[in-house]
Design a protein around this ligand. Sequence first.
Ligand code: CA
Length: 220
Amino acid sequence: MRVLLVEDDRMIGASVQRGLRRDGIAVDWVQDGSAAESALASTPYDCVLLDLGLPRKDGIEVLRSLRAKRNTVPVIVVTARDVVPARITGLDAGADDYVVKPFDLDELAARIRAVVRRREGRSASRIEHQGLSLDPVTREAHLHGELLALSAREFAVLEALASRPGAILSRQQLEDRIYGWGDEVDSNAVEVFIHALRRKLGADFIRTVRGMGYMLPRSP
Ligand code: CA
């Protein structure tokens, strides 16, 4: 997958480029609106990450002229914190999604995969449970339609529990699901992941069965 990153902040740009590359995404980085237009005119991208406040030509202008040319490449708008009008303007101008600075790189990568998949009209075999939806192919989790930012191991724990609602999985069983051979395992790693998942899903989503393990109740 090839992504055009349009970001004039060098620190953010460098870290996003590094982070996405680590996820196996090819990233071309430009730092102003005119350079973005040249890149878009010459290269087919799978997705564009577009900062709105840019030198030479601002992000909204770039987006509007892109859509005016009938270019339908998925665009994720990047906005500063709490700038609701900019977000709305971005979506109205044809953006597919937005992220707010500071954002989590895993979540950004997941959103990129999501807009690309949506554009391709693909679907996958999902695991559904109580408003939770897990996509084992893309490793994305949604709760009531909202994308959850989960680490790979948090996803694996949740996937193990959600694929068998009502079944109790011991700490050892969960460890076996999330660690490979030779991985170093902290003794309380599973508890840490469960804690993180409860923070994201709500305290009651995963039940502790004392002395036995964890489960997702069949009904709330
Ligand atoms: Ca900027």
